[in-house]
Design a protein around this ligand. Structure first.
Ligand SMILES: [Mn+2]
Length: 374
């Protein structure tokens, strides 16, 4: 049983206000060519189809084209909703589309019926678990305590009527403990979303979505994130994207490999002096540039955009910005008064201390602002 594992398409997403529509259409076209070359038994999309729960019309049209082309290849397609998707909108029309071999996770109802496909080794049961939160699952398990994400996913998986003598594949969109994250996932602060990898141990393959770096959890290829098809943050600049191809042989046998994806535009970081960066070849890649000059070039962003039209983020790494960084560290720990932080900032920017008069004015102003807020 050969399956193509995708997730986190985030159709409609922007990179720092820059539309990625053209790049997404390009990558979806490439995925279609990979699917037709690989000729899998099915395609799984493990959540975050769209970037928003109410996606813009253009995103819906793009996904409609993609899904229609996939269905035309004659391969079953299985999809679940992710934390960015609306489960109801994703489930829309699902019961009709099943007849064409397109299986959407229904809104979670406490029970999940498997989709069963077969190959020369027998049948494989596919379990489509939409993204769940404790509150999604709690109403269906009144006898159990469901407080955490781990409780919720354990309960939902525990309720599946698995036959462990058969091969079982689950599609899920959760944060498994130990996964290596990047900047584009929007995971809630505090790490309360994570679930134990052990929950997925009874499956022959867990096709996971939610984390944007491709990876096996704990080195186990049975529990795998395929990652996003495109780089959705500068933190992903150095990690190439791919499509995961998983092949299940007889029960207990699994091979996993990556088929690389080639984006229309790369996401890159460049670092150096203004002069050095200026010498770089013209590029339409999505760029984050770090300038290292001590002397700052007026309107560097505007000037560099002539050579790099998709320059999305420009910053300096020099004595001044490093000093400001030191101030904001103090601010984070809350060790200093706001007026002290301002005085330090002023000194760093201007190379001289605040006068007594200025100091008085700042203190007055801060007091006013604080009182207004209360
Ligand atoms: Mn995602």
């Amino acid at each position: 049983m050969k399956l193509i594992h995708l997730s986190d398409l985030h159709i409609g997403k922007k990179l720092r206000e820059m539309s990625l529509a053209e790049d997404q259409r390009h990558i979806l076209g490439q995925i279609l060519r990979i699917v037709s070359q690989e000729d899998p038994d099915c395609v799984i999309i493990a959540g975050d189809i769209y970037d928003r729960s109410a996606p813009p019309a253009e995103a819906v049209a793009m996904f409609d084209d993609f899904l229609t082309s996939l269905a035309e290849l004659g391969k079953p397609v299985m999809l679940i909703s992710g934390n960015h998707d609306s489960p109801e909108r994703i489930a829309f029309g699902g019961r009709i589309m099943e007849k064409r071999g397109v299986y959407f996770s229904p809104v979670y109802s406490g029970k999940i019926a498997p989709v069963t496909l077969s190959d020369e080794y027998g049948e494989v049961d596919f379990w489509l678990l939409p993204f769940v939160r404790p509150a999604t699952v709690r109403p269906f398990f009144e006898d159990s305590q469901i407080n955490t994400y781990n409780d919720a996913v354990s309960a939902a998986v525990g309720a599946l009527e698995l036959d462990s003598s058969r091969r079982n594949v689950i599609a899920a969109h959760q944060f498994v403990t130990g996964a290596y994250c990047c900047d584009s996932e929007e995971i809630s602060v505090g790490g309360t979303e994570n679930v134990d990898a052990g929950i997925f141990e009874k499956f022959d393959y867990a096709a996971l979505g939610h984390i944007h770096n491709p990876q096996n959890i704990g080195g186990d290829p049975r529990i795998r994130y395929c990652g996003t098809p495109l780089k959705y943050s500068f933190s992903e600049a150095k990690r190439d994207k791919s499509v995961t191809v998983a092949e299940l042989g007889e029960k207990g046998s699994l091979t996993v490999r990556e088929v690389p994806l080639e984006p229309l535009h790369e996401v890159r970081e460049l670092r150096g002096s203004f002069e050095e960066i200026w010498q770089e070849p013209y590029s339409e890649d999505f760029l984050h540039i770090v300038l290292t000059d001590e002397e700052e070039t007026p309107d560097a962003l505007g000037k560099l955009r002539v050579r790099f039209p998709a320059l999305l983020h420009l910053e300096y790494d020099n004595r001044r910005t490093r000093a400001i960084g030191a101030v904001s560290e103090g601010a984070q720990t809350g060790e200093k008064l706001p007026s002290e932080l301002f005085a330090e900032f002023y000194e760093l920017r201007n190379g001289q201390e605040l006068t007594e008069e200025q100091q008085g004015f700042i203190e007055e102003l801060i007091k006013e602002i604080w009182e207004e807020e209360e």
